[in-house]
Design a protein around this ligand. Structure first.
Ligand SMILES: Nc1nc2c(ncn2[C@@H]2O[C@H](COP(=O)(O)OP(=O)(O)OP(=O)(O)O)[C@@H](O)[C@H]2O)c(=O)[nH]1
Ligand SMILES: [Mg+2]
Length: 242
């Protein structure tokens, strides 16, 4: 199985080296960094890994959002024949040691495996304050309730794995959202396409350095998403019946 770990970056110079080193050790596979013109040392640090032959980088001209960064990376990988695609953050929040566990889970016949912080009524988050936890828990409850996805505990998680079959079935051209909403939309579309989606437990760590990219705009986009997706589904029903 040809595996690609896609890592979007925007000013992650304080953590990217460690993430790349531990990922290269943790799993056989290649890494694709999608950088949005970071103004710090991120790009330079990534270039130092090119001679491993396993690290690649796509450079975009400006900060264009997490969702489009992933889609850009997935397209790059699909056109090069990769079979498995990971999403992983560059800020040490996701432990690369968990990568092989996703593969184990996939062998159960799944198309998508999402690393969840909230499985079995637990909270596996290290270093968040109560406000941040509340926002994440509320966001998950809100999206799951409005989209009828209550069987999932962590729709906004950014540590996950897709088969190439899943990415092709989802139809990346349909995805419009860009922040947390992107993660929710990917699970929603996977589920609607009848793909088998599993969750597995992960521990999430507060970012290891650098600054958060979360903004009011990203939260607003996630709040609006369930209505957009429901409207799209209603339009489809009408279209099919006319
Ligand atoms: N290329 C690209 N990467 C981004 C963009 N926004 C965020 N990222 C990266 O996506 C990953 C997740 O973003 P984070 O800011 O860590 O989001 P988060 O984990 O929800 O929140 P914090 O860790 O609290 O900041 C990190 O690797 C970021 O560098 C973007 O617009 N473009
Ligand atoms: Mg983060």
């Amino acid at each position: 199985m040809k595996t690609l770990i896609v890592i979007p970056t925007y000013n992650e110079g304080s953590t990217i080296e460690r993430v790349l080193n531990t990922t290269l050790e943790a799993i056989e596979g290649d890494i694709l960094v999608v950088d949005d013109n970071s103004s710090d040392a991120t790009k330079e640090l990534v270039r130092n890994f090119f001679d491993t032959g396993r690290v690649f980088m796509l450079e975009r001209p400006s900060k264009l959002g997490l969702g489009t960064a992933y889609i850009y990376g997935f397209r790059w990988g699909l056109s090069r024949g990769y079979d498995l695609f990971f999403e992983m953050d560059a800020d040490n929040s996701h432990n690369p040691a968990a990568l092989p566990w996703f593969l184990k889970e996939l062998r159960g016949g799944y198309d998508v495996v999402v690393g969840s912080r909230y499985l079995h009524h637990t909270i596996s988050v290290v270093g968040w304050d109560f406000k941040r936890l509340l926002l994440s828990k509320f966001g998950n409850w809100y999206a799951a309730t409005l989209l009828g996805l209550k069987q999932f505990t962590d729709l906004t998680s950014g540590y996950r794995c897709y088969t190439s079959k899943a990415l092709k079935a989802i139809g990346l051209e349909k995805i419009k959202s860009n922040g947390y909403a992107f993660q929710i939309e990917m699970v929603y579309r996977s589920h609607r396409k009848g793909l088998k989606v599993a969750e597995m437990p992960i521990i999430f760590y507060e970012r290891g350095g650098g600054g958060s990219k979360m903004s009011r705009k990203i939260v607003r986009e996630a709040m609006a998403l369930p209505f957009k997706l429901r409207l799209e589904a209603i339009r489809h029903i009408f279209k099919d019946n006319i």
